[in-house]
Design a protein around this ligand. Structure first.
Ligand SMILES: Nc1ncnc2c1ncn2[C@@H]1O[C@H](COP(=O)(O)OP(=O)(O)OP(=O)(O)O)[C@@H](O)[C@H]1O
Length: 659
């Protein structure tokens, strides 16, 4: 590590470790020689001071902060209403008004709490202000006095959900690098990214957990990592839904103090919080109290007690004002008190209780290109880069995933060995043709249920991460979807190949390369189709509903496959079913591979009756045409594509409907 004071910024008489100050501005740029980074600090009034860092290393654990490079953001909202639509697909829809024309001001550089009892509408207001909710929203949001342009605003803000939606298999450092590679422009070098990551991890006291997987972090560390990931692109506005939920009191304090530091650097930080202790309450600069979707109080934390006095409900001595306001908002002292307070606060219009109301009134329209820029892509990097980074992340996850990788390979080997033992040498035995046919169907069942159920069970977890990352503009849905499709393909092929090889060999199927290839291709296509079907179900339904619906919806596929009831015995009015059953084409493919291609008469052991020793007769009886392999492949590929596109449409609809 070689750390030198940058000559141009050098402050005589000071040693390098004292140069960078925690509360100062920091800029990161390339040195003039191009082989080092120059990191400068200094408040607006001070002269800049810089450190030069080589090989991505920062001097002796120095802590420093990033200050947003753009102008601060003041949020003002007027007459915000939110109407939720209730009722399922087949139910009558009803409307429910949740926010009742609330108003408010969230100034920059402040840590703001949205408080209120459960069900008051805190999360709903946060969703509306962040732009997450777009349907059923009324009223206006202004950014620095100008009407909010949603796309431009989303580029400057981030939303941190209540539950920590992290990639559990990736380490803290890997999670941060993925975020940096997706959220920072490709022109930022890896060295610069490393400096930014180190700085954020230092500030959030996560440096010592760099090599720990996210699944191994404590609740507080997970929360801080969630914040760290969104800090990578230095947002001006941060919305946090209940950041203290599930944390002990010291972690809560640490988390809120950290948010306050970030706010002081010029960000607007808004979080919902349930009922903070007096100590936590003091950390906030401003509170916005909601009750039944209306604003009870808006202003400085320290001025809330005088508000209670002015409104005629003085806060009892030694009572935590945060507890008292929740008691009032929960109607513990009568419902009329809420009306009185809503009237006094003018449903959020009154600025009387702000720390510096006169400053707020002066805040006019400060136009800036970045607030107006509603054009271009939401994501910071190209589609190709998004795909590359997502593939890299997918590969790391695949390497470490016990369920999706190791269990899947294990299940394929074990099932293949079990079937191989059960139907040992059935492939050449003329007396065991029906057993062999049962085996082929069992193989297809395995290829249907294993990938389908795995996808249904695991995708909903991925979906919650996708919703967060997609909203925070990490990547486009298309690139995410392409990466999911591509990353799984090699493993699916590998598992199918191992399975097919073991079963094929143990059950003594004809050892001909053409037959084996046909068998493998049909099996692999059934796997792809079943996986895609699982994705459609997993993308729309919860794990519970998906686990129920996936197998249920597969039953008709089995019925129409031509196995239990042969296709020639299917009633004509039900024959259409055989065209929508992908298993029919899979079965035709594997049966054709084993019994088609003019297969010779099968061996018949002595003293045994071999009803089906002539494969042609068997094929006639089960009504399977052995020469349809090409059509079977085309049909299965079509099913695969249609279901993949279907899953994408469902996913897009799901993301849209949630908003
Ligand atoms: N999409 C929706 N459909 C129906 N009702 C909704 C919807 N969204 C919110 N609500 C209702 O609106 C009210 C406010 O919900 P919200 O989640 O904003 O409350 P909250 O103050 O954040 O509560 P908590 O602190 O318990 O999270 C609740 O009664 C909730 O049931």
């Amino acid at each position: 590590m070689e750390t030198l004071l940058h000559e141009a910024c050098k402050v005589p008489g000071e040693d390098s470790s004292s140069v960078l100050d925690k509360s100062s501005v920091v800029k990161v740029s390339e040195s003039t020689t191009g082989d080092a980074l120059v990191i400068c600090n200094g408040s607006r009034e001070e002269t800049e001071r810089c450190l030069e860092v080589k090989d991505g290393a920062i001097s002796n654990g120095t802590v420093f902060n990033m200050q947003p490079s753009d102008a601060p953001i003041d949020i003002r909202f007027e007459d915000i209403s939110f109407t939720a639509t209730e009722g399922g697909i087949l139910q009558r829809k009803s409307k429910k008004l949740i926010l009742h024309d609330v108003n408010g001001r969230f100034p920059s550089g402040q840590l703001i709490a949205i408080m209120g009892p459960s069900g008051a509408g805190k999360s709903t207001l946060l969703n509306v202000l962040s732009g997450y909710s777009i349907q059923g929203v009324g009223g206006k949001v202004y950014i620095n006095g100008n009407p909010r342009k949603l796309k431009a605003f989303r580029k400057l803000s981030c939303y941190i959900t209540q539950d920590d939606r992290l990639q559990p298999l990736l380490t803290v450092n890997e999670n941060m690098h993925i975020a940096a590679d997706l959220k920072l422009s490709s022109s930022v070098s890896q060295k610069q990214k490393q400096v930014i990551i180190d700085e954020i991890l230092n500030t959030l006291s996560l440096s010592h957990t760099k090599a720990t997987r996210a699944s191994g972090l404590s609740g507080g560390q997970k929360k801080r990592l969630s914040i760290a990931l969104e800090l990578v692109n230095n947002p001006l506005v941060m919305f946090l839904d209940e950041p203290t939920t599930g944390l002990d009191s010291s972690s809560c304090k640490q988390c809120l103090e950290l948010l306050k530091v970030l706010a002081r650097q010029g960000r607007t930080i808004v979080c919902t919080i349930h009922q903070p202790s007096a100590k936590l309450f003091e950390i906030f600069d401003q509170v916005y109290v909601l009750a039944k979707g209306r604003c009870l109080y808006q202003g400085g934390t320290e001025r809330m007690v005088s508000f209670f006095r002015d409104v005629g409900f003085p806060c009892p001595e030694f009572h935590n004002p945060a507890d008292y306001v929740i008691e009032l908002a929960s109607e513990e002292y009568g419902p009329e008190k809420i009306d009185t307070m809503v009237t006094k606060s003018e449903n959020g219009k009154s600025l009387t209780y702000f720390q510096y109301p006169e400053k707020l009134l002066k805040t006019g329209s400060t136009g800036s290109a970045i607030f107006e820029d509603d054009s271009g892509e939401l994501q910071a990097t190209s589609k190709l880069n998004q795909l590359r980074v997502l593939m890299r992340r997918g590969y790391i996850k695949l390497k470490r995933d016990q369920t999706m990788t190791y269990m899947r390979i294990g299940v394929n080997i074990i099932t293949a060995l079990m079937l191989g033992t059960l139907y040992l040498n059935a492939g050449t035995d003329g007396s065991k043709v029906l057993d062999n046919y049962n085996l082929l169907f069992s193989i297809l069942m395995h290829h249907t249920f294993t990938p389908m159920m795995l996808t249904i069970l695991t995708f909903p977890t991925e979906l919650s991460i996708l919703i967060k990352e997609h909203f925070n503009r990490w990547y486009s849905l298309k690139m995410y979807y392409v990466s999911v499709t591509l990353i799984d393909l090699p493993l699916s092929i590998f598992c199918c190949f191992i399975f097919t090889t073991i079963v094929y060999y143990m059950t003594a199927q004809p050892l001909e390369i053409v037959r084996f290839s046909m068998f493998f291709v049909s099996s692999a296509l059934v796997v792809f189709v079943a996986e895609s079907f699982g994705l459609v179900v997993g993308a729309y339904f919860s794990v519970v509903n998906g686990t129920f619906l996936g197998p249920i919806l597969t039953v008709p596929m089995m019925m129409f496959a031509g196995f239990g009831v042969s296709l020639k015995d299917l009633p004509t009015y039900l024959y259409w079913g055989s065209y929508v059953s992908y298993l029919r084409f899979g079965l035709e493919g594997v049966v054709g591979a084993i019994f088609g291609l003019n297969r010779q008469t099968l061996d018949c052991p002595e003293e045994q009756y071999c009803h089906y020793k002539y494969p042609k007769k068997f094929l006639e009886d089960i009504a399977v045409k052995p020469d349809q392999f090409g059509n079977d492949v085309i049909a299965l590929v079509l099913f695969w594509f249609i279901l993949r596109i279907g899953a994408f449409v469902v996913l897009k609809y799901k993301l849209h409907s949630l908003r």
